[in-house]
Design a protein around this ligand. Structure first.
Ligand code: GLN
Length: 312
């Protein structure tokens, strides 16, 4: 049997040599200063083992990876009514695209593009103060990872609040179609704060365990979400988790995955592993350049794929 620990170490060593690392996102000021040389990888397997390499314990801004957790929370809260306000189709456009919203009457294509995630934030905010909603999201993520040290990077949240004009445009536009119920600035406050959650690869891989384990947190034995919903979140991650790079990710990696502009990716090998990778440089679709390469190699060497039952 191939040893996953050695594969993880091997991939991290290879990635350390890579020269084409993409470019760090600079439209969120604190992210512009992150050193593109970082690389972290964490793989938590179904037997509970956690294999890490590189900067796997260094917190980074998880950004849009947080949308997996807010979708999970919102599904638990409002159930399938969520789909009245957000679609389930790949967008084929960038994560912050505005054009589609007009032709589709303010209903975003899916919960992982910014507009969709803003609607999901609006649902979580319903009946609460922003502070409570943000606290609930943070508590949820900490509980999933079993780690109370996970925090929100206020400097990142503030920077997004100050310069997130595009997100404000998306939110206002949806409000005009009655697809946001709360005041735009409050909903955006929740959105920016969950994007600003900082986590390490180890924490992120631990938080994703319920998606490899049919909706149950394997550490606590507690059900996070039904098996059917876990399956569906994985389906959305596969089809929409990398924006207009989703097809390429499915083709090359073959696993559900969700990226963020901080350079993190959470990928799930159902039944086998929850995987987090971080390399800050992103490609033109806003997805971690080396993160995808690393996951492609991991999938090749382990055989993990949702399209092939053969794996180690
Ligand atoms: N907070 C970022 C934004 O709204 C999230 C984008 C991303 O990670 N793709 O622009």
């Amino acid at each position: 049997m191939t040893d996953i620990g050695s594969i993880v170490a091997e991939i991290a060593a290879e990635m350390a040599q890579a020269t084409d690392r993409g470019r760090v996102a600079d439209y969120i000021a604190p992210l512009a200063g992150v050193d593109p040389a970082h690389f972290g990888l964490a793989v938590v397997t179904a037997d509970g083992a956690c294999h890490v390499a590189g900067d796997a314990d260094m917190p980074f801004s998880i950004q849009s990876v947080s949308k997996v957790f807010t979708l999970t929370l919102a599904l638990g809260r409002v159930g399938d009514r969520i789909w009245d306000r957000v679609g389930r189709e790949p967008s084929g456009t960038s994560f912050n695209s505005i054009v589609q919203l007009e032709s589709e009457q303010g209903v975003p294509r899916n919960p992982f593009i910014n507009a969709g995630a803003i609607v999901v934030s609006d649902m979580i905010l319903a009946g609460h103060q922003p502070r409570e909603a943000i606290g609930e999201i943070l508590r949820f993520v900490r509980g999933l990872a079993g780690d109370e040290a996970i925090y929100i990077d206020e400097a990142v949240a503030r920077a997004e609040q100050e310069t997130g004009f595009r997100n404000a445009a998306l939110a206002n536009y949806m409000r005009a179609f009655d697809n946001l119920n709360n005041p735009v600035d409050l909903t955006l406050g929740v959105y920016f704060h969950h994007c600003a959650i900082a986590m390490s690869c180890r924490q992120l891989a631990l938080a994703g365990r319920y998606l490899m384990a049919r909706g149950v947190n394997p550490e606590t034995g507690k059900r996070v979400i039904s098996p059917e919903r876990a399956r569906r979140i994985n389906a959305l991650m596969l089809t929409c988790g990398h924006y207009d790079g989703s097809g390429e990710f499915a083709f090359r990696v073959g696993l559900p995955g969700k990226s963020g502009v901080g350079g993190g990716i959470l990928a799930i090998a159902p039944g086998h592993a929850s995987i987090a990778v971080w390399s800050p440089g992103i490609n033109t679709s806003g997805n971690s350049q080396l993160g995808m390469v690393a996951l492609e190699r991991l999938a090749q060497r382990t055989g993990w794929s949702v399209f092939d039952p053969v794996s180690i």
